[in-house]
Design a protein around this ligand. Structure first.
Ligand SMILES: [Zn+2]
Length: 215
């Protein structure tokens, strides 16, 4: 099936348009990789891998609004490759300290409308390729909020997502683990901080964040 689809809709590189892959090796080499963040805003550390621009932005926009979910494999592969080559000590640290990767949930009504949660799919693939624990059962998003991009200032964004998460009954099973919150794009960190505050209610353990890109 995928072979037939590849013939009808050949994959094209988001960077240069060459067919075959969504992110070709030449374009992979030319992307700027961002650095880890020191402890801040209640996080013990964090990492946004790429700047939200260029072909990374096109790939994410396609995924979220163009419903092109088959690019998640290539995006997850590129993330894992970058993490392994540029941040091997961080991966080792996460392995040794029992971290679990948790995607930021969408509200059920938005997920139903879109049909999938792009952060959930991406993080599940990344966790599996890195042999990290994964759970999309810990956090519940109980309020549907306006899209963050509509708000220009940081205060409005913070208010929009304050107290929108709660812990599910299964979260107790993870109380001895450390957490890494995953999202596709991070702009002001407001959503990540809100989720982190909810996680810290149940556990004093470490909370990091990992995002594909930062805007
Ligand atoms: Zn390319």
């Amino acid at each position: 099936m995928s072979l037939i689809l590849d013939l009808i809709f050949p994959k094209k590189c988001y960077g240069c348009g060459q067919t075959g892959e969504y992110i070709c090796s030449k374009c992979q080499k030319n992307i700027n990789i961002l650095n880890t963040k020191p402890p801040q805003n209640g996080f013990n550390g964090g990492l946004s891998l790429f700047k939200y621009h260029s072909f990374i932005k096109s790939a994410i926009v396609d995924l979220k609004y163009g419903f092109v979910s088959d690019n998640t494999n290539d995006l997850a592969d590129f993330c894992v490759k970058t993490l392994k080559s540029k941040f091997p000590n961080l991966i080792k640290y996460w392995h040794q300290n029992n971290f679990v990767l948790i995607p930021i949930p969408l509200h059920q009504s938005r997920q139903n409308w879109r049909g999938f949660n792009q952060s959930d799919i991406l993080s599940q693939k990344i966790a599996s390729k890195l042999s990290l624990d994964f759970s999309n059962q810990i956090l519940i998003r109980y309020q549907n909020t306006a899209v963050q991009a509509r708000f220009k200032n940081i205060k409005d964004r913070k208010n929009n997502v304050a107290n929108i998460f709660s812990l599910s009954p299964v979260s107790g099973k993870f109380k001895h683990q450390n957490f890494i919150l995953f999202d596709d794009v991070c702009t002001t960190q407001s959503t990540l901080i809100s989720a982190q505050k909810t996680l810290k209610i149940s556990s004093p353990n470490q909370c990091w964040f990992l995002t594909l890109s930062a805007g």
